[in-house]
Design a protein around this ligand. Structure first.
Ligand code: NDP
Ligand code: BG6
Length: 493
């Protein structure tokens, strides 16, 4: 039996792309699963003057688009809880009208003052909305008040800090839910189950046994129609500062005292504190960037709509991260992400050290050396694990070959797996912050990224430097070759 929560959701940017494509369909799934019951209402807001009926039609359509087999009778009841108000977030007078409606809906649906304010709009509004919500009396005195904010959280440490100060003027840290949708992914959450639920994994999870860790977030699509945002962000700020840092901190963290949001955060923060922040010279050595050029069928980044012809924006990043702590000293974490790469996938490869002595190679089999053990976590599109071991090749003689123990989620398990936004909305209702980024995590991530960004802003790169459909520039491979290593996932595999 699903737990029912009561809440009044207010979606700022309620007519926008994210709300329609992800938020309303995810909320409907929670409704169908029984997490919303009767005591909920949804208030959509934006400047357009829509009626409630128009809003309900749009939400119904967004459900149909996302879930063609949805129970439309349930959808009809669901959307009857939806209301719309035209509201300019920069106009304080509008908040009084909103307050009246919020209080009316609270009573009408017996919500007991539980409020979720979801800011699905341009980040430049986040601080102002938060402060206005408080000053204009939209926060309830009796129930819970939660603020959900989308990325990006600032454009560097200083802007993030300013934003955080504004948010803190209205909400305390336990009320702020900073979305990082990678934390809603099943296999990212599985990192902790794999590590802390298996003695043999955790006992080897350190610099005595692990040689290096590789994290790849590869995208096949290009910038699409998001040049306005993306050309000012680049892959480093768009993917590394948030998603990659969140994944890496879970791979590097110590075991939390308990599996609660507070204890997990403590350990992630501790891990990020020991991440070495590079000097500019170290950043130049350990991070490389790229921008895609054309191939036979796809345009170069600079020829994409609304991208300046001389853009120096990075669409690819690869780098080496080092943790200065007892567990990880000497173990590089290599990360890479980019647009218009060979395929769309996310994977983590943990490469173990080879045995110190390869008794099988000497003296008869010099050419048949042992492969490293590799534990791969497939995040997407497949969800599963694979462990590469060495085994004897069947037959006469004694040669070894790598074999794989594989686990992949089946269709039934995949169907049971909630989409990231459904999971994160559910966590917000529950008041569980485990899968949201805390301010400390965000701030350490920015401090790390800022050095690299500042260095790159001061130099003119020779772009484009990789072909669409490849795995990035040659410098990405060279980054590992220099350390006598190679990416586990390579195109010719
Ligand atoms: P859109 O541009 O599609 O939507 C913006 C919304 O804000 C619209 O509803 C717009 O309506 C409203 N708005 C703009 N100005 C005001 C104002 N002054 N007062 C009130 N409402 C206003 O953006 P997205 O939905 O794409 O993105 C929203 C947020 O989510 C951003 O932070 C983005 O970075 C983040 N995000 C989006 C993703 C996506 O897939 N779309 C993925 C990950 C994050 P109107 O103009 O009528 O007022
Ligand atoms: C978003 C980035 O945060 O993540 C996009 O802004 C990127 O540029 C997207 O495409 C990738 O998410 P996913 O879930 O498709 O891997």
């Amino acid at each position: 039996m699903a737990t029912e929560y009561s809440s009044l959701f207010t979606f700022f940017g309620g007519t926008g792309d994210l709300a329609k494509r992800k938020l309303y369909p995810s909320l409907f799934k929670l409704y169908v699963r029984g997490n919303l019951g009767e005591h909920f209402a949804v208030l959509g807001t934006a400047r357009d003057s829509w009626t409630d009926d128009k809003f309900r039609e749009v939400v119904t359509q967004s459900i149909k688009d996302d879930q063609p087999d949805a129970d439309m009778h349930a959808a009809e009841i669901f959307v009857s809880h939806f209301y719309y108000i035209a509201h300019d977030v920069t106009d304080k007078a509008h908040y009084a009208v909103m307050k009246d409606l919020v209080e009316k809906l609270d009573k009408q649906y017996s919500i007991n003052g539980n409020r979720i304010f979801y800011l699905s709009m341009a980040p430049r509004f986040f601080g102002e909305v938060a402060l206005n919500l408080k000053s204009e009396g939209l926060l309830s005195d009796d129930g819970s008040n939660r603020l959900v904010i989308e990325k990006p959280f600032g454009t560097d440490f200083s802007t993030a800090e300013t934003l955080n100060k504004q948010l803190s003027g209205a909400f305390d840290e336990t009320q702020i839910y900073r979305i990082d949708h990678y934390l809603g992914k099943e296999m990212v959450q599985n990192i902790q189950a794999l590590r802390f639920g298996n003695t043999f994994v955790e006992s080897l999870w350190n610099n005595r046994y692990i040689d290096n860790v590789q994290v790849t977030l590869s995208e096949k699509l290009g910038v699409e129609d998001r040049a306005g945002y993306y050309d000012t962000a680049g892959a480093l700020r768009d993917m590394v500062q948030n998603h990659i840092m969140q994944i890496v901190s879970q791979l590097a963290m110590e075991q939390p005292v308990s599996f609660t949001d507070a204890d997990v955060r403590v350990e992630k923060i501790k891990a990020l504190r020991s991440l070495r922040v590079y000097s500019p010279a170290e950043a130049a050595k350990n991070f490389i960037r790229g921008q895609y050029g054309a191939n036979d069928t796809e345009p170069a980044y600079r020829d994409e709509p609304n991208v300046p012809k001389d853009s120096h924006n990075d669409t690819f990043v690869a780098g080496k991260l080092l943790f200065d702590n007892y567990r990880w000293s000497g173990v590089p974490f290599y990360v890479r992400t980019g647009k218009r790469l060979a395929d769309k996938f996310t994977r983590i490869d943990v490469v173990f050290k080879k045995p110190l002595i390869d008794i099988f190679a000497f003296p008869q089999n010099r050419d048949n050396s042992l492969a490293p053990n590799v534990l791969t976590i497939y995040v997407e599109p497949n969800s599963g694990f694979s462990l590469q071991l060495n085994a004897k090749t069947a037959g006469q003689g004694f040669e070894t070959e790598p074999i794989h123990l594989d686990f992949q989620q089946d269709v039934a398990q995949k169907e049971e797996t909630p989409e990231p936004y459904e999971r994160l909305l559910h966590d917000t209702l529950k008041g569980d912050q485990t899968n949201f980024a805390s301010w400390d995590e965000v701030s350490y991530a920015w401090k790390f990224v800022d050095v690299i960004q500042k260095l790159w802003d001061s130099e003119t790169p020779d772009f484009p430097n990789y072909i669409s459909g490849s795995m990035g520039p040659a410098a990405s491979d060279e980054l590992l070759q220099r350390d006598h290593r190679a990416w586990v996932y390579r195109l010719n595999r």
